[in-house]
Design a protein around this ligand. Structure first.
Ligand code: GTP
Ligand code: MG
Length: 137
């Protein structure tokens, strides 16, 4: 579809990079259609990243994702999921291509500034995790 879901993670919000990151997102041709600043409990962070619950870093990931405010957004663009993954770059910022959001703003493989859905199905699930039907247009 033409939608994806993203979240500016606690490290980037704490560092004052909400503006810089949303500017890059808009300049890349994405339209922000829903936006919410909030905070996750570690339980809710665990639900969001439940696919990773067997990974060794799961506990730390839940702690980190609940360490401060996040900004959740639904984005629209043609080919949104794949194009957005390209814009954010590799999970590990030391491997992220120059000019990507993670190359510019991420601090480490964990504190990597931003999330992007990895499939159309997950974009829908993750968008609905943060936004009620009446908040999605
Ligand atoms: P997301 O868009 O956040 O889903 O990132 P991704 O799809 O690029 O990576 P993945 O889904 O594999 O991992 C989810 C998140 O877990 C990453 O974005 C990191 O915040 C964290 N993470 C991934 N690998 C590691 C790791 O080896 N160590 C630690 N501490 N955290 C990791
Ligand atoms: Mg992922």
């Amino acid at each position: 579809t033409n939608k994806t879901f993203t979240m500016i993670k606690p490290d980037a919000v704490a560092a004052g990079n909400i503006g810089g990151i949303t500017k890059m997102i808009e300049e890349a041709g994405f339209r922000i259609t829903a936006m919410k600043m909030t905070k996750l409990s570690s339980e809710r962070a665990g639900q969001f990243y439940a696919v990773h619950k067997e990974r060794p870093f799961y506990g730390e990931l839940c702690q980190y994702m609940s360490s401060g405010h996040i900004v959740a957004m639904i984005l629209e663009k043609e080919n949104a999921v794949a194009d957005f993954r390209k814009l954010i770059g590799a999970t590990d910022p030391s491997k992220a291509e120059a000019g990507t959001i993670r190359a510019i703003y991420a601090k480490s493989i964990e504190a990597n500034a931003i999330h992007g859905s990895d499939s159309d199905e997950n974009a829908e699930i993750e968008g609905s995790f943060f936004f009620a039907g009446t908040e999605k247009y």
